[in-house]
Design a protein around this ligand. Structure first.
Ligand SMILES: [Zn+2]
Length: 113
């Protein structure tokens, strides 16, 4: 991979990481909405659902954040863009779409078949 491409991917990873850290941080500071004891039963159950969804989102965020951190580590070690499974190069289009991926499309598809 060209150095300029690597720099590009690294920039994308860092930007996404910042994004996630911001949204995760915000969630913690705001606390959980709709649990102040007001409103009727329907309101409360809607609030509970929203809370559940936002917890699920946070878990996804945390998972993604770990994937991004490990991708950045691979940028540093020079292993970025190489499939960790078959050790082939990951296609540039795939890296552009999912810069934190660590497997090529073939191996990704194998995981789900
Ligand atoms: Zn592979």
């Amino acid at each position: 991979m060209k150095k300029s491409e690597l720099t590009q991917h690294k920039k994308a990873l860092l930007a996404k990481k910042q994004d996630l850290e911001n949204s995760i941080g915000k969630g913690v500071l705001t606390g959980s909405p709709g649990t102040d004891g007001h409103g009727d039963f329907a309101d409360r159950s809607a609030a509970a659902n929203e809370e559940e969804i936002s917890i699920q989102l946070k878990q996804t965020d945390a998972k993604l954040l770990r994937a991004i951190e490990s991708a950045l580590a691979r940028v540093e070690s020079g292993a970025y863009g190489i499939c960790t499974d078959c050790e082939e190069e990951i296609s540039p289009a795939r890296l552009k779409a999912v810069p934190w991926t660590k497997v090529c499309i073939n191996c990704k598809e194998k995981q789900y078949s």
